[in-house]
Design a protein around this ligand. Structure first.
Ligand SMILES: NC(=O)c1ccc[n+]([C@@H]2O[C@H](COP(=O)([O-])OP(=O)(O)OC[C@H]3O[C@@H](n4cnc5c(N)ncnc54)[C@H](O)[C@@H]3O)[C@@H](O)[C@H]2O)c1
Ligand SMILES: [Zn+2]
Ligand SMILES: [Zn+2]
Length: 380
């Protein structure tokens, strides 16, 4: 797509997918909650980068904004899992090591590296980063997007469903140009989250079996990360038969529906919930062995409640752990996943169920809601 530059302000015309209103009815291909059109993108500030987006994945967390389950300020340019090439670098971002021509992966929660949250080695989210995400701004509070003169919010500091983005340096991690753009994009959310649930929050240990409940992009990333560790058996659980077939193809020892898993008597010391539904959380809890750990990464609506037995937690010495951003430090962890991919141990491309164009993004939301996709990746 063409980009024109405004010589005075450094602002550019870009094309992106803007959500104007929450909760439009299904099917989204008819109600078209995401409007593809032109916007104005300001030049990057000192701490920021102008990035030409190459690829962006469609995650359930995008769908949760579209369907109103997790409200965000609108209008908002969606997309939080992306990769692209740096075209322009602010002075402070340059001093931090970013350069034009770098391929970067976006991280959907900026990390300042200095707050109480950042001092927990990834366990807690970054405090100012979370505040910026909630407000729909870049880290530091800027809004660089406008449509017809009206400010448009940034999604999780990224807004990757667009030809270009301005992101804060704390929302970007450089990867080698040998990492294909679509693979790089998926590292930013699905792999960081699913992989981190296993290795960070789950602290998976040799010999342990691992069960993953919910086999979308995030859960399937947890599954392939668990398989790459070669610890014990890895078992996938999902209600969609095609997801179970895919999990077996990728090397899962077993793949079961939630009902079959419950009837099997199977229990594991580490169980990851990656569905975002309270019933899936209950399934994950029930499949966790005495002394074991249930890691939950799903993000259902704030009103969703699950039933668990406090007696079981006490009597079986259980641990339930929540994990946001894979409990990760993206600048530390994304290069590790890239290295595993290079070594042929983490088949990230297997998470990509289709490549689509930006024009197909509403349709992609329907496909995701129907359970018909692992990761759909928009190519620019
Ligand atoms: N914690 C984080 O940092 C973080 C990051 C990204 C995504 N998420 C959340 O993780 C969840 C998964 O994201 P995704 O993009 O992989 O979603 P997805 O829609 O691609 O995958 C969800 C999967 O769960 C399955 N599922 C639904 N209900 C189930 C049940 N009761 N039992 C078993 N399986 C069930 C679906 O069939 C689907 O395969 C979402 O809630 C998303 O918002 C969290
Ligand atoms: Zn995501
Ligand atoms: Zn911080």
């Amino acid at each position: 797509m063409t980009v024109t530059s405004d010589a005075d302000s450094g602002a550019r015309r870009i094309t992106g997918a803007v959500l104007g209103e929450l909760g439009r009815p299904r099917p989204f291909r008819s109600s078209a909650p995401l409007v593809i059109g032109e916007l104005e993108l300001d030049a990057p500030g000192p701490d920021e980068l102008l990035v030409r987006i190459e690829a962006a994945g469609v995650c359930h967390s995008d769908l949760s904004v579209v369907d109103g389950n997790r409200p965000r300020p609108v209008p908002m340019l969606l997309g939080h899992e992306a990769a692209g090439i740096v075209e322009r670098v602010g002075t402070a971002a340059s001093a931090a090591g970013f350069a034009a021509g770098d391929r970067i992966v976006t991280a959907f929660l900026p990390r300042c590296g200095a707050c109480d949250g950042c001092r927990t080695d990834g366990v807690m989210p970054c405090t100012p980063g979370s505040a910026a995400n909630a407000a729909g701004t870049l880290f530091g509070g800027a809004i660089r997007l406008r449509r017809d003169g009206v400010p448009v919010h940034h999604h999780l500091g990224v807004s990757g469903f667009a030809t270009h983005a301005v992101v804060d340096r704390r929302s970007a991690v450089v990867v080698g140009r040998d990492i294909p753009a679509d693979v790089a994009a998926v590292l930013g959310c699905a792999v960081l989250t699913g992989g981190g649930a296993v290795v960070n929050a789950g602290a998976a240990r040799p010999g342990q079996d691992i069960i993953v409940v919910g086999l979308g992009g995030v859960g399937m990333a947890a599954l392939i990360t668990a398989i790459s560790l070669e610890h014990g058996r890895v078992i996938g659980v999902d209600g969609v038969p095609a997801k179970l077939d895919r999990a077996r193809e990728l090397g899962a020892s077993r793949a079961l529906t939630p009902e079959a898993a419950a009837a099997s008597g199977l229990r594991a010391p580490l169980v990851i919930e990656a569905a975002g539904h309270p019933r899936a959380f209950e399934t994950a809890f029930a499949l966790t062995a005495p002394g074991g750990r249930t890691v939950t990464v799903g993000l259902p609506s704030a009103a969703a409640l699950a039933r668990v037995s406090p007696l079981t937690i006490t009597a079986e010495a259980r641990t339930i752990v929540g994990s946001y951003l894979g409990s990760a430090v993206p600048s530390r962890d994304i290069p590790r996943y890239a290295e595993l991919w290079r070594a042929g141990r983490l088949p990230v491309e297997a998470l990509i169920s289709s490549h689509i164009s930006l024009d197909e993004v509403n349709h992609a939301m329907d496909t995701l809601a129907d359970g018909g996709a692992i990761r759909q990746v928009i190519r620019f």
